[in-house]
Design a protein around this ligand. Structure first.
Ligand SMILES: Cc1cc2nc3c(=O)[nH]c(=O)nc-3n(C[C@H](O)[C@H](O)[C@H](O)COP(=O)(O)O)c2cc1C
Length: 332
């Protein structure tokens, strides 16, 4: 994928790396842009997803039921809306609040919604009329801030809380700083402490190895998101590629396994579910529609994704979301 220097064999990737013009509104860096270079893990997600083909099992197949149980509660679909923070700051039209529009769309469509980094004040505002929410807190260097945010989410009725543990490093190789707030290292003991700080199920978001998955399990997490957070790690292995190994390692643990990463259609979601995810997160797959047409656009996109998922389940004889079967998949 990357070009090499004819003399030295070195990758020309970095020399070629040009600033990619952002297609998104808002200040630079607020919505991530994929570079399309060899180290861009999004590129590898897409290539892996597109290399998986599906056989047909139509005889005796019936229209599927998409109802899905997550943390003991029923939802209309295994699709959930990923945490997409800071969107209220990106549109020129300041009267619009995409974060609230997303919350409203999730509620109307009866799907679970994730909320990421927001101030306590904004979070309160967002969940005022919300449906079910999973609150994800950053791995701040200030551990007391983490505990406070987790406990506020519990008080405000979140169905689960968690941490995007994949957001420790910044691009300069140091701990990242977000909105002026320093992030820090995360130890197993820290994770254990955060799990114990709440009565809610705890989700470790950003698991990309069997090693971290079993550590999250041993720390008491109820769930993981197999993810690299839209390609934070250069050359990140596609979450779907590593999902089956992780699933196997967690067998018997009763943990809920979510997955995300470039799932842009119901067909992509189907592949993730067939590979063993209990539910999937859709982030950038609803982002255009959300920013352009708000709640209505997001609802229409969720509908479309559900239709594609249903179509694929019907073609492959999967009657409900408990019956996915990886043996329908073929890897090119
Ligand atoms: C604009 C934007 C903001 C995000 N903010 C957060 C966040 O605050 N917390 C978090 O855990 N993930 C955050 N994410 C990551 C997503 O939840 C998701 O893991 C990632 O985008 C991969 O899913 P996708 O390929 O469907 O977009 C953000 C993603 C985007 C695009």
């Amino acid at each position: 994928m990357s070009k090499t220097d004819a003399n030295t064999g070195a990758s020309l990737m970095h020399e070629e790396k040009k600033e990619v013009a952002s297609p998104w509104p808002g200040p630079k860096g607020m919505i991530p842009v994929t570079s399309g270079q060899a180290d861009d893990a999004n590129l590898h997600n897409r290539a892996y997803l597109d290399s998986i083909l599906v056989e047909m099992r139509i005889i005796d197949a019936v229209k599927p039921n998409l109802t899905t149980e997550i943390f003991g509660k029923k939802y209309s679909s295994p699709l959930t809306l990923a945490a997409l923070s800071h969107l209220n700051k990106v549109l020129p039209d300041k009267s619009r609040k995409p974060m609230q529009e997303k919350v409203a769309a999730a509620k109307k469509m009866d799907v679970l919604n994730w909320i990421g980094m927001e101030s306590d004040e904004d979070y309160r505002e967002m969940v005022k009329d919300a449906g079910d929410t999973i609150r994800i807190v950053k791995p701040f260097a200030d551990h007391e801030r983490i505990i406070k945010e987790l406990q506020l989410a519990e008080k405000l009725g979140a169905v689960a809380v968690g941490m995007d543990i994949d957001h420790v490093p910044g691009e300069n190789g140091d701990y990242d700083v977000v909105d002026g707030l320093p992030l820090g290292a995360l130890t197993f003991a820290d994770l254990r402490r955060y799990v114990k700080a709440t009565k809610l199920p705890f989700v470790a978001k950003g698991i990309l190895s069997v090693r971290d998955a079993t550590k999250a399990r041993d720390a008491g997490a109820s769930a993981i998101v197999v993810s690299h957070h839209h390609g934070r790690i250069p050359f990140g292995v596609p979450p779907l590629k590593i999902l089956p190994e992780i699933k196997k390692a967690l067998k018997g643990s009763k943990m809920t396994i979510f997955v995300d990463g470039s799932l842009m259609s119901g067909y992509d979601a189907y592949k993730a579910l067939a590979l063993g995810a209990d539910a999937v997160l859709i982030g950038r797959g609803i982002l255009w529609e959300l920013l352009k047409d708000g709640q209505a656009g997001t609802e229409a996109k969720i509908e479309k994704l559900n239709e594609e998922l249903s179509q694929m389940m019907l073609y492959t004889g999967i009657p409900d979301t408990k019956s996915f079967d990886s043996s329908v998949l073929h890897f090119e």
